[in-house]
Design a protein around this ligand. Structure first.
Ligand SMILES: *[C@@H]1O[C@H](CO)[C@@H](O)[C@H](O)[C@H]1NC(C)=O
Ligand SMILES: *[C@@H]1O[C@H](CO)[C@@H](O)[C@H](O)[C@H]1NC(C)=O
Ligand SMILES: *[C@@H]1O[C@H](CO)[C@@H](O)[C@H](O)[C@H]1NC(C)=O
Ligand SMILES: *[C@@H]1O[C@H](CO)[C@@H](O)[C@H](O)[C@H]1NC(C)=O
Ligand SMILES: *[C@@H]1O[C@H](CO)[C@@H](O)[C@H](O)[C@H]1NC(C)=O
Ligand SMILES: *[C@@H]1O[C@H](CO)[C@@H](O)[C@H](O)[C@H]1NC(C)=O
Ligand SMILES: *[C@@H]1O[C@H](CO)[C@@H](O)[C@H](O)[C@H]1NC(C)=O
Ligand SMILES: *[C@@H]1O[C@H](CO)[C@@H](O)[C@H](O)[C@H]1NC(C)=O
Length: 507
């Protein structure tokens, strides 16, 4: 969840794009164990392109910017569903949510959909030591009391084991302080401790005297030290919690963003013409004690302007805190002289932006290709019985040139590039579980197509027992043109030919 801009939940629904920086440390793509490339996959939770490398003038992200400066930086990368478990299971298996059949948190794809291979599993089967640190598949976060709908509840989406033993050589590491994330550890103006949305902390004062992302960095560095002398190549996935809510971060990062310097979102109003089904009522944010105290009306708000500024401040501070963790990790890779033999992929599970359109579902074939492994074949339709295949594209051609700055990738025909995503809803009108309906409650599915010219969404009837969308049963539609309406404030659906365009574009 990005800092909510009053009434603009919609931007983060079906069409949420993610930032992916991929650094290729070496051109060598040999297959022998000795000179195989390692992989470091950094997954950040709920990071949008509020980063210097995406042109953000306010946010301080020097370490990520440095990585991006010698990486291929995708400007327009889309997650397939902007909810942590479905998004991660999708890109880690290389299958779309309609194939993993995971739209909520409550099923394990191997038994529920098909026995699909994962990226780490594939590397493991190809002789890699594969390791997971932090939030890669799905964490077991401490819950807010009475909160059965929290974003990342311990579910069975990776069988409570982060898909062990299939994906990982060792049991995955979870930071011990993860359990305090949603507990009363935030000092409020009343001097008491609360479970707040805004939670700048003195790290020395919090339980265990540390934070989950700091612990994950330390663990990842220890693993890199061990791997330094390993005969096998490694695949290390490091999942960071921030900037996901709550914004629980070392308070010194707040100083980077004086409140008076924080601007409001450019378009904070609920757009005219937004179908109610598209609106995200940000229930998870409302449950935090500091937000509850504001008594914000459901579902449309607005959030008081002062509080909007504070949310943005804490989001940016969380990004800068995350950036220092990434910096520590990448310095260790350098110090251990592993940087020239390691492919670094940096991505978020949600997030957004605006050149090349890519989908996160393409990460699997692309990483396999970069490491010199055989790229899994394209999936047949349907592919529930096929364990190893890809629904995404192999983006290897983007990396063909050694000097990316001198010889940038030139897309063939950008008009052929399309990114797909989807988001489920329990009802046409925003309600308590609109953000994260359980499978049985899903009645409507929003399918989005994004091209370089427009974003097009249809909200259609969905049968959760059969996993069937009914494209004759259109509940609402959205159409936004990138050039004339980059912030997606003017829904042109009724002015277009509606469904005809969709029929034309569905694969
Ligand atoms: C699923 O795949 C794993 C890994 O390839 C394999 O060990 C397991 O036997 C498979 N399970 C089924 C039910 O096919
Ligand atoms: C899921 O975990 C349970 C309990 O550990 C185990 O018995 C079961 O075999 C696992 N499922 C799969 C598909 O591996
Ligand atoms: C805040 O804004 C003022 C005026 O634009 C600028 O001089 C100052 O450097 C800014 N402070 C920070 C920390 O960015
Ligand atoms: C589009 O048409 C539908 C059905 O007539 C109507 O309910 C909706 O308000 C219209 N939307 C806009 C943006 O005009
Ligand atoms: C909360 O807001 C509603 C109207 O939106 C009002 O009726 C109610 O009295 C408010 N409650 C508190 C505790 O301020
Ligand atoms: C990486 O750099 C180290 C030290 O600079 C060197 O010993 C090693 O051979 C290099 N590895 C590759 C694959 O270039
Ligand atoms: C690398 O080796 C693995 C098995 O060791 C094999 O499956 C794969 O096809 C090889 N890749 C290439 C590019 O030769
Ligand atoms: C699909 O929706 C249309 C229009 O509402 C309806 O007539 C039809 O029965 C639905 N089909 C299925 C399979 O439910």
């Amino acid at each position: 969840m990005p800092p909510p801009r009053t009434g603009r939940g919609l931007l983060w629904l079906g069409l949420v794009l993610s930032s992916v920086c991929v650094a290729l440390g070496s051109e060598t793509q040999a297959n022998s164990t000795t000179d195989a490339l390692n992989v470091l996959l950094i997954i950040v939770d709920d990071l949008r392109p509020s980063l210097g490398c995406y042109g953000d003038k306010l946010v301080r992200s020097p370490n990520i910017d440095q990585l991006a400066s010698h990486s291929l930086l995708f400007q327009n990368a889309f997650a397939q569903q902007a909810v942590c478990a479905p998004s991660r299971v999708s890109f880690l298996t290389g299958r779309r949510p309609d194939t993993t059949r995971l739209y909520d948190f409550n099923s394990y794809w191997r038994v529920h959909a098909g026995n699909f291979s994962t990226i780490p599993q594939y590397f493991k089967e190809n002789g890699y030591v594969t390791m997971s640190v932090g939030k890669v598949f799905h964490p077991a976060l401490g819950l807010l009391q009475d909160d059965s709908s929290h974003h990342c509840v311990p579910g069975i989406s990776s069988n409570h084991t982060d898909d062990s033993p299939y994906s990982w050589s060792f049991p995955p590491y979870h930071p011990s302080s993860e359990k305090y994330e949603n507990t009363k550890t935030c000092r409020g103006p009343d001097g008491e401790l609360h479970a707040n949305l805004l939670c700048p902390v003195d790290v020395l004062d919090v339980p265990e005297g540390t934070l989950p992302d700091k612990q994950s960095t330390e663990q990842a560095i220890q693993l890199l030290e061990k791997m330094k002398t390993s005969a096998s190549p490694f695949f290390l996935a490091v999942g960071y919690h921030k900037p996901h809510i709550p914004f629980r971060y070392p308070k010194e990062f707040q100083k980077l963003y004086p409140l008076e310097n924080i601007t409001l979102a450019p378009d904070p109003e609920v757009p005219d013409g937004l179908p109610p089904v598209a609106y995200n009522p940000w229930m998870d944010i409302r449950q935090r004690e500091d937000v509850q105290a504001l008594n914000i009306s459901v579902p449309y708000g607005p959030i008081p302007v002062d509080f909007q500024r504070k949310i943005r401040q804490s989001y940016f501070a969380s990004v800068s805190y995350l950036d220092t963790q990434v910096g520590r990790l990448l310095s260790a890779l350098d110090d251990l002289q592993l940087a020239n033999s390691t492919i670094i992929a940096f991505t978020s599970d949600h997030g957004r932006q605006s050149m090349d359109l890519v989908e996160l579902v393409s990460l699997f074939p692309t990483l396999a290709g970069l490491a010199g492994l055989q790229v899994p074949p394209r999936c047949p339709v349907p592919s529930f019985h096929v364990e190893l295949c890809r629904e995404g594209k192999n983006l290897l051609k983007h990396f063909r040139f050694r000097d990316l700055e001198e010889d940038p990738y030139l897309p063939g025909n950008p008009r052929e590039l399309i990114a797909y995503s989807q988001y489920p809803r329990p009802s046409d009108i925003p309600q308590w579980n609109s953000d994260k309906p359980s499978l049985k409650d899903i009645k409507i599915m929003g399918y989005s197509i994004r091209t370089i010219d427009y974003r097009y969404t249809v909200w259609v009837g969905f049968n959760p027992d059969e996993f069937l969308a009914n494209f004759s049963d259109i509940h609402a539609g959205e159409l936004y043109f990138v050039d004339s309406d980059p912030l997606q404030d003017h829904n042109m659906y009724n002015d277009s030919q509606g469904g005809d365009l969709f029929q034309l574009l569905m694969p």
